[in-house]
Design a protein around this ligand. Structure first.
Ligand SMILES: Cc1cc2nc3c(=O)[nH]c(=O)nc-3n(C[C@H](O)[C@H](O)[C@H](O)COP(=O)(O)OP(=O)(O)OC[C@H]3O[C@@H](n4cnc5c(N)ncnc54)[C@H](O)[C@@H]3O)c2cc1C
Length: 377
């Protein structure tokens, strides 16, 4: 894609955000209401197929262009990016590891947004330590029967398909050799209940119960048991670039709100932006945004060349999400008491940002993974 085509796409996204998302974001967020009308508009824009190949009805965008879209969307309302992010990780996993029959059956319906969903890994007793999952899938003739519970699963209530990490052979060691990924449509019978959250509201996150849920054996991603953890982990580089881009968006929105307020709010006869203590905060916030964006762009560019980029994606995720957490806190402080009010957007940034340090691998684990890779190289 050339620069002109990318500009047209980004311009379209900017118009959608200004006209459709911005006017409704606060009300929907405060009510924790799913943005059904926005989802229909996102379908029309092709966002549910953003990174899915054109051969399967998607837009086939590069990770670089996609990261720019995610940054823009997240600067206006981070939850909206959650509606298509984990959906697209599921799409990338199917495109990379699924059989041709699975790609042809599922990807066009996912790209159109008819099927929407995400990835179900986490359970009530484990998130980081995925080898400890207990959800079990037993082979029964030409089907798998799934029993277990998944927790904190984005798009599980409003969506209608999930890629579910299961144990097909719980006795194998190491445990990952007994783990597989199954594609499960809601019609198969799983039951999802919405969970309450501090931020990242509007987009649904749920607990998902599988009680003897039966899916055809051909829904095993890749067609061979024992590869599920490896398949999902290989998709996490794109996931981390997405989350990094969200971090840039929230960090930038926090900066922009703070710059505007620093010019308008007066204390001791002058705008607070003329006090050195505020200037130092603004300078640090702006520097974090630029550095976070550069790391994200670098990781996305490496992903697009097909290079191994887990180190770059991990560093971008770590830095950009910590930038979002720090900038949202500083924005709240710059706004004084008004920053603590739900009438002000910075209060939402402050509630949304911490999720970024938890999802797609916590930042504690991110540091451990980065260090291990540095030591191994
Ligand atoms: C809003 C939201 C949406 C989510 N969406 C999804 C989704 O769509 N799909 C999905 O599968 N999951 C989802 N999650 C779950 C998320 O991926 C997990 O919360 C995350 O992986 C961490 O797992 P945990 O919460 O079980 O924490 P734990 O694994 O219990 O960790 C607790 C703490 O211990 C630290 N820790 C753990 N192990 C180590 C170690 N070895 N060394 C140092 N520190 C360690 C962690 O960093 C963390 O600080 C979502 C979570 C939230 C809040």
């Amino acid at each position: 894609m050339d620069g002109d085509q990318e500009s047209i796409i980004l311009d379209t996204i900017d118009k959608f955000l200004a006209k459709d998302v911005k006017p409704v974001a606060r009300e929907l967020e405060q009510a924790d209401a799913y943005p059904h009308e926005l989802v229909e508009k996102m379908r029309a824009l092709g966002l549910f197929g953003a990174t899915i190949g054109e051969a399967y009805g998607g837009l086939g965008l590069s990770a670089s262009t996609y990261a720019k879209i995610v940054e823009r969307v997240s600067a206006v309302w981070m939850s909206v990016s959650g509606i298509f992010n984990s959906h697209l990780i599921m799409g990338a996993t199917i495109e990379r590891f699924g059989t041709e029959a699975m790609r042809e059956t599922y990807l066009p319906r996912m790209a159109s947004g008819e099927l929407r969903g995400g990835i179900a890994l986490t359970e009530p007793d484990c998130g980081t330590d995925l080898q400890a999952i207990r959800t079990r899938a037993r082979r029964d003739g030409d089907a798998y029967v799934i029993d277990g519970t998944k927790q904190w699963i984005t798009n599980s209530v409003e969506g209608n398909v999930l890629a579910v990490l299961v144990k097909t052979d719980p006795d194998t060691t190491p445990a990952h050799r007994g783990m597989s990924l199954l594609l499960v449509e809601k019609g198969a019978g799983y039951h999802a209940t919405k969970l309450a959250k501090l931020g990242y509201r509007g987009v649904d996150t749920g607990e998902v119960l599988f009680d003897a849920v039966r899916v055809p054996a051909e829904n095993l991603i890749g067609g061979v048991e024992g590869r599920g953890l490896q398949q999902i982990l290989s998709g996490l580089a794109l996931g981390r670039i997405n989350v990094a881009a969200r971090g840039v968006g929230v960090a930038k929105a926090s900066l922009d709100a703070s710059l505007a307020y620093a010019k308008e709010r007066k204390t001791f006869g002058k705008p607070i932006g003329e006090h050195q203590a505020i200037q130092i905060k603004l300078a640090d916030m702006a520097t974090r945004v630029e550095a976070a964006r550069l790391l994200t762009e670098r990781a996305a560019a490496a992903y697009d060349t097909g290079e191994r980029c887990d180190l770059e994606a991990g560093m971008a995720k770590l830095f950009a999400t910590e930038a979002a957490v720090e900038n949202s806190m500083q924005a709240l402080r710059i706004h004084g008491a008004y920053g603590y009010s739900p009438d002000n957007l910075v209060e939402r940034y402050y509630r949304d940002a911490p999720l970024l340090a938890i999802g797609e691998g916590t930042n504690e684990m991110q540091r451990i993974i980065i260090a291990r890779q540095l030591l191994d190289r």
